[in-house]
Design a protein around this ligand. Structure first.
Ligand code: CA
Length: 261
């Protein structure tokens, strides 16, 4: 449960100004929520962050330590769209984690936002040297935090109204149309979202439960083998253009989009 002071903060907040990327029932082509990794050891603040960001339409991946964040990233769950790192963590610090993320080719472009209780200029500079993109000083207002997350995603992420092109496959994320080598292709909404997620993170292996969360949503109960059914359909669509090999099975994990082949 949230501690009282945080509940009050949350209750006082109005969320009308926040980003709503996930709009249930808006259409069958629901926009995919951006995912945010939160690394914060204090449970009350972690829960406040989870609550605030979920309400703003983000998918939240919580971790209490740098070590558990690294194991989440290494377990085939894919790279999130943004990371919020607390500076003071037990074990590896937020700054050390930020440096580690920058060194790893998989996460070197991951936008990171540092939470710090310190306001000193020297510390801020140090956090920018570690490759942190922005910082927020505690105590923070949930509204400001969401605004900063939104701004950072806009600055660094793939714009929502964009077009993804890879290997001759062109996904128009506005109209949800797909063409392959210039030919219009008929595709179901689930296959479209599945392909979009895989193409946004080329060469990244996703396990089935992550695919279920990010393509179907956590509120929907479907069995993991449903993923295989839709991957099969997606491969059939791509096979007509001899591109089915791009959706690779990763043994013991799940699937990935092979960008380099
Ligand atoms: Ca802390």
């Amino acid at each position: 449960m949230l501690a009282d002071p945080f509940v009050k903060v949350v209750m006082k907040m109005s969320y009308c100004g926040t980003l709503m990327r996930l709009e249930p029932n808006h259409s069958q082509h629901t926009a995919m929520p951006a995912s945010v990794l939160i690394v914060e050891d204090e449970p009350e603040i972690r829960e406040l962050l989870e609550f605030t960001l979920s309400r703003a339409g983000y998918e939240v991946i919580p971790a209490a330590t740098a070590e558990s964040a690294v194991s989440i990233l290494q377990n085939g769950q894919g790279v999130p769209d943004l990371a919020i790192l607390d500076w003071m963590l037990p074990g590896q610090s937020g700054v050390e984690l930020a440096r580690r993320l920058r060194r790893d080719p998989d996460t070197q472009h991951l936008p990171t936002l540092m939470l710090t209780a310190r306001g000193e200029e020297a510390d801020k500079l140090k956090s920018f040297e570690s490759g942190v993109d922005d910082y927020v000083t505690k105590p923070f207002s949930p509204r400001e935090l969401v605004a900063r997350v939104k701004a950072l995603l806009r600055r660094t992420g793939i714009p929502e109204d964009s077009i993804l092109v890879m290997q001759g496959i062109r996904l128009d994320l506005n109209s949800h149309r797909i063409t392959i080598d210039g030919d219009a292709v008929h595709i179901g909404p689930t296959e479209f979202r599945l392909l979009e997620l895989l193409m946004r993170h080329p060469d990244r292996a996703f396990d089935r439960s992550t695919l279920l969360d990010r393509v179907w949503g956590r509120s929907v109960y479907v069995e993991e083998r449903t993923v295989d059914v839709h991957v099969l359909r997606l491969r059939k669509i791509l096979a007509r253009h001899k591109l089915d090999h791009l959706i690779q099975t990763v043994r013991g994990i799940g699937y990935r989009f092979a960008a380099g082949t």
